[in-house]
Design a protein around this ligand. Structure first.
Ligand SMILES: [Zn+2]
Ligand SMILES: [Zn+2]
Length: 717
């Protein structure tokens, strides 16, 4: 018998299986989907068994050295999924399997993550009369399964004697690292009519493949709908719930834990590799029925999957932005189909693509058009052009008045400014010199807390210039507004406690939770933050949300900037008035006539969608056509540019529409990125050509060509 083995090696050239002999002593142990150790050249490498049989080959083949796993790490479903992913993303097969598994299972992972064990002690001979005080002390402390570390003042010689004489016995038991003490609570929440009808619709076809788009406004009770459906499914099967990383807040997680108890595994980036491995094993070993996590949780190795839910389906982060560039929604569709189960995509602002699919009947549309028992918050737009004339540079008079109003009534305020740091650029007033990152050619942001200028693309940081390096002038000025400055300003005006939440204040483990808890306990009246505060937060006493520079996202040169603006404003507005009190929202900006802001202010997704579709159609953008982004990356700008022109010429020969190459210099971390954007109706039409390009450059050491099919972010200069 032979086996085909996919070797775990980081080489674009060796992404294929190799045939090995199965020696007699491993005959019963070698199974499809397990990892084995094989000789490769003069090295020993790990690989996955892809298939087994009488495989004829003209080459002399070697024996498999040993097996690594007893049970398969890749199920048949995951093996097929990997092949699909590899084709779909033009990535190596091995990189796809590595993406599916936790780090601890990777061959390249140097430190060994051992399963964690603890020692338990049980008293065997209950009639034993202790011979010494030390023995008595041990015996008095032992009940059934007592943790050895819990026995007070243990004498090791007495302990050994007791074991030797079979008075007590010791047992090592495997434990999971994440042990939370949240207890399951009974829920008696009654659904309203709209919620009930959504639940029934999904449940009645629970054993069929059906993709649903659940469009529900903020505060319409989507989470409760999910939980009711999950309740039904877990009677027999298992459930995967995907949420954006940012939503994996303690608030969200504890709501699920309270509802379902210990049958929930949580996967997020805050876990250590060991914790992550343990959560993975709980899923693999069937110890849990629900897996909640960010993007890669879609690969949870459940054997009896019954439902997949993707909340906030419009979120960009469901698509991985390095290789393999897979889209979790695409993978979810594949898994739902394979298992014949429902897939629910939920959102208050569905992506334009998903809503179109729902309109075409590819997804079934389910709707929750109303907030539970109340209306959506009223939104006021404030034009800052007029305010600046009055001298109000940061906060408008209206926003100041409303904040005061809120504070008098002991309510709370959320202020969103989607820009971190203190000021966005530092410039010389004499000659116009702008302080830029030497690695990225992007303006540095001033951070007052550390008194440093930082690059938000790489780790570069430096001191703020006192003198212009070009003209020696000392007339240096900061422009632009970041969250640090906003926090300072708000403290000054209102003299209350203010908390700031952005990447800079949440880098430490647990800081996210601490900030939210402080705000919940009303240790601060105002929460200032970036888009991090726009999603998922649910605070009873927040009755006012203010958005500073609400039109800033419109300036990003990407065809989705209107969609992103609508989404951000709609989400953050949804944080206001979630409790019993009514909520208000004030959006400040300079360009408030834009339809995305206009429709966000009246919570009108459908009108926004119609307007956006007109523009997509006239400019030929998705969903009317599809895009592929080709990034040509090199440390040598001229080389990258030359090659990008060659690639374009090649594609144009095949009548493929190509935008670019972008002529502006786009440098990140000392590498130049040149973009080409391909427009087409069907991927099959260009697939061969892209494959040709990938092949052509795959061994080129000076140039890296990255392919992003259906990119979430494109920008040209
Ligand atoms: Zn200067
Ligand atoms: Zn940089």
């Amino acid at each position: 018998m032979q086996a085909n083995v996919l070797i775990e090696i980081k080489s674009k050239a060796i992404d294929k299986t190799f045939t090995y002999n199965i020696p007699i002593n491993l005959k019963d142990k070698v199974k499809v989907g397990i990892r084995v150790l094989v000789p490769f050249g003069n090295r020993k490498l790990e690989g996955f068994i892809m298939d087994i049989g009488d495989i004829k080959t003209e080459y002399k083949i070697k024996d498999i050295i040993d097996v690594i796993d007893e049970e398969e790490v890749l199920t048949e479903e995951l093996i097929n999924l990997g092949k699909y992913m590899s084709r779909k993303t033009l990535s190596s097969l091995i990189s796809c399997y590595q993406t599916m598994l936790p780090k601890a299972l990777k061959a390249s992972y140097k430190t060994n993550i051992n399963k964690k064990y603890e020692t338990y002690v049980t008293l065997l001979d209950k009639n034993y009369i202790p011979k010494t005080n030390a023995q008595k002390n041990i015996i008095d402390n032992i009940k059934e399964n007592t943790l050895k570390s819990d026995i007070y003042k243990i004498s090791s010689s007495a302990y050994k004697t007791l074991i030797k004489n079979n008075v007590i016995k010791e047992e090592k038991k495997e434990v999971y690292r994440l042990n939370d003490d949240i207890l399951k609570e009974n829920s008696n929440i009654v659904l309203n009519k709209e919620q009930k009808s959504v639940v029934n619709e999904v449940i009645k076809d629970k054993d069929k493949f059906n993709p649903y788009l659940l469009y529900g406004v903020t505060g319409s009770g989507k989470t409760e709908v999910y939980m009711h459906i999950i309740d039904e499914i877990i009677k027999e099967k298992e459930v995967i719930v995907l949420v954006p990383e940012i939503s994996l807040t303690p608030q969200f997680v504890s709501a699920f834990k309270k509802r379902f108890g210990s049958i929930v595994a949580i996967m997020h980036s805050g876990l250590s590799d060991g914790e992550r491995y343990d959560e993975y094993r709980k899923i693999k070993e069937g110890k849990v029925s629900i897996a909640i996590g960010a993007r890669s949780c879609i690969f949870s190795p459940f054997k009896n999957l019954g439902l997949i839910i993707i909340d906030e389906e419009h979120t960009d982060t469901y698509k991985q932005d390095n290789n393999p560039r897979y889209d979790a929604i695409d993978i979810a569709l594949k898994r739902a189909k394979y298992n014949n189960i429902p897939l629910i995509l939920g959102s208050a602002t569905p992506s334009i693509e998903s809503y179109t699919r729902a309109k075409l009947g590819i997804y079934k549309l389910l709707e929750l058009p109303n907030r539970i028992n109340k209306k959506l918050p009223s939104v006021l737009l404030v034009d800052m052009k007029n305010e600046i004339k009055k001298g109000n540079k940061i906060l408008s008079q209206k926003l100041i008045d409303e904040i005061n109003n809120c504070l008098i009534n002991d309510n709370q305020v959320i202020l969103l400014l989607n820009r971190r740091g203190y000021s966005t650029t530092v410039t010389c007033n004499e000659c116009g010199y702008v302080m830029k990152c030497p690695n990225c050619d992007i303006p540095l942001t001033y951070h007052k807390t550390h008194n440093k200028m930082n690059c938000h693309y790489c780790d570069y940081s430096t001191f703020k210039m006192k003198k212009c390096p070009e003209c020696q002038s000392e007339d240096i000025q900061s422009f632009g507004l970041g969250t640090e400055k906003l926090e300072e300003e708000v403290k000054k005006i209102f003299n209350v406690n203010v908390i700031r939440m952005d990447v800079d204040t949440t880098s430490k483990k647990g800081s996210h939770a601490r900030i939210l808890n402080k705000f919940k306990n009303k240790e601060a009246s105002i929460l200032v933050g970036t888009q991090m505060i726009a999603k998922g937060l649910d605070f009873e006493d927040v009755t006012l949300v203010g958005v500073i520079n609400g039109d800033a996202t419109l300036n990003i040169p990407d065809f989705r900037s209107g969609e992103r603006t609508f989404d951000l404003l709609n989400q953050v507005a949804g944080r206001s008035g979630r409790g019993t009190k009514d909520g208000k929202v004030i959006i400040q900006g300079f360009n408030l006539d834009h339809y995305s802001i206009k429709y966000a202010s009246v919570h009108d997704y459908v009108s926004f969608y119609k307007e956006e579709m007109k523009i997509r159609k006239s400019l030929s953008y998705p969903p009317y056509i599809d895009l592929t982004l080709i990034k040509i990356v090199s440390t040598d700008y001229n080389l990258a540019y030359r090659e990008s022109v060659k690639i374009k010429e090649y594609l144009v020969k095949y009548n493929i529409k190509v935008l670019g190459p972008s002529s502006n210099i786009n440098k990140i971390n000392n590498k130049y990125y040149i973009h080409l954007v391909l427009k087409y109706k069907k991927l099959e039409r260009i697939y061969k050509n892209i494959l040709y390009i990938v092949d052509k450059y795959k061994l080129n050491k000076k140039i890296n060509v990255e392919i992003d099919i259906n990119p979430k972010k494109i920008w040209y200069n």
